[in-house]
Design a protein around this ligand. Structure first.
Ligand code: NAI
Ligand code: OAA
Length: 325
């Protein structure tokens, strides 16, 4: 029997939290043999903590064999103590008419405190997945607060964008999602992101041979880039179930050696990104961590799009300069 992993989830009583916790506890994130202890972190507000009690009652009522315990707290020190994974979901979602970058000032602050608490109290092997928006820049802020946990262990989620891109390509081509491969997101989790259709394959053929260029350069990019806003317009609330599902994929991928997926990581200059921004990139999981997949061929159109999303990430960093040590 494996010893339990401690997994922190912030915003545990929120929308994504509600769609996520049951999947972690059932083994979908860390596998069917891996017990977990969930550290559920919320704001110190009665309504949120009370809602969290209800969520814990429901977790108990599922009788998950892999759920080895829960810790409920609004205290970051207790919440992140000895955790092996921190899923940072807790933060404000945007409403209709807003861009994710509009959340920068309010949400950015959260990642200063949590970055410090993780660095001081988490297990030495702790890895972090940031979901709260704007996710790339929040990961950069959090990572910058620490000295003990290497910045490379801080990742942000662009897997939802990858899944959206795969879904759109499959629908357009009239094939199963299983037939769509090599679909990677470069850059920011924002409308400037670039789903690199030039690398994607549909039924083992280049997507550019299966679908026409005007669709790929136009409607496809627009639909994937603005999908979050379309869901807010339709639901009146931001995507939650698909976001939780993408986080399960993101973490599962990062604990599965050989898996290649889109992850926002410290760019270190790959594919022309500023070295200090967190950019969506194709990432391969290794036995000890991950590596960026190098050497993929990008055409002039792709390079122009990557330059634009990089410029946005650099400008977000300038906006939060006061939150960086
Ligand atoms: N990266 C991505 O692909 C996606 C990111 N998101 C983002 O995820 C975040 C959460 O979304 P929802 O769950 O729908 O929002 P929500 O409002 O339903 O839940 C957020 C929860 O976080 C809690 N919270 C706020 N500050 C906190 C803190 N400092 N510590 C702990 N908990 C805190 C709130 O009390 C609330 O319960 C938003 O920023 C949203 O924009 C949403 C979908 C996709
Ligand atoms: O669009 C939003 O604000 C929520 C989100 O990040 C997404 O659905 O991709």
């Amino acid at each position: 029997m494996l010893s339990p992993l401690r997994v922190a989830v912030t915003g545990a009583a929120g929308q994504i939290g509600y769609a996520l916790l049951f999947r972690i506890a059932s083994g979908q994130m860390f596998g069917p043999d891996q017990p977990v202890i969930l550290h559920l972190i919320e704001v110190p507000v009665d309504k949120a903590m009370h809602a969290l009690e209800g969520v814990v009652m429901e977790l108990e009522d599922c009788a998950f064999p892999l759920l080895a315990g829960t810790v409920c707290t609004s205290d970051a020190t207790e919440g992140f103590k000895e955790v092996n994974w921190a899923c940072l979901v807790g933060s404000k979602p945007r409403g209709p008419g807003m861009e994710r970058a509009d959340l920068l000032k309010d949400n950015g602050k959260i990642f200063v405190g949590q970055g410090r608490a993780i660095d001081e109290h988490a297990a030495a092997d702790c890895r972090v997945a940031v979901v709260g928006n704007p996710a790339n820049t929040n990961a950069m802020i959090g990572a910058a607060q620490g000295e003990r946990i290497p910045a490379e262990r801080w990742t942000a989620m662009v897997r939802l964008d990858q899944n959206r891109a795969v879904g759109q390509l499959a629908k357009r081509a009239g094939v199963s999602v299983a037939d769509v491969t090599d679909t990677y997101i470069f850059g920011n989790h924002s409308p400037t992101m670039f789903p690199a259709f030039g690398l994607a394959k549909i039924g083992n053929r280049p997507a550019t041979e299966v679908l026409d260029g005007s669709y790929l350069q136009g409607e496809f990019l627009e639909t994937v880039g603005k999908r979050g806003a379309a869901i807010i317009a339709a639901r009146g609330a931001s995507s939650a179930a698909s976001a939780a599902n993408a986080l399960v994929d993101h973490v599962r991928g990062l604990v599965t050696p050989g898996k290649v997926q889109s992850v926002a990581v410290k760019s270190d200059g790959h594919y022309g990104f500023d070295p200090a921004v967190w950019a969506g990139l194709p990432v391969r999981t290794t036995e000890t961590g991950y590596e960026v997949v190098e050497g993929l061929t990008l055409d002039a159109f792709a390079k122009e799009k990557i330059a634009a999303t990089n410029a946005e990430l650099v400008s977000e960093r300038e906006t939060v300069a006061d939150l960086l040590p």
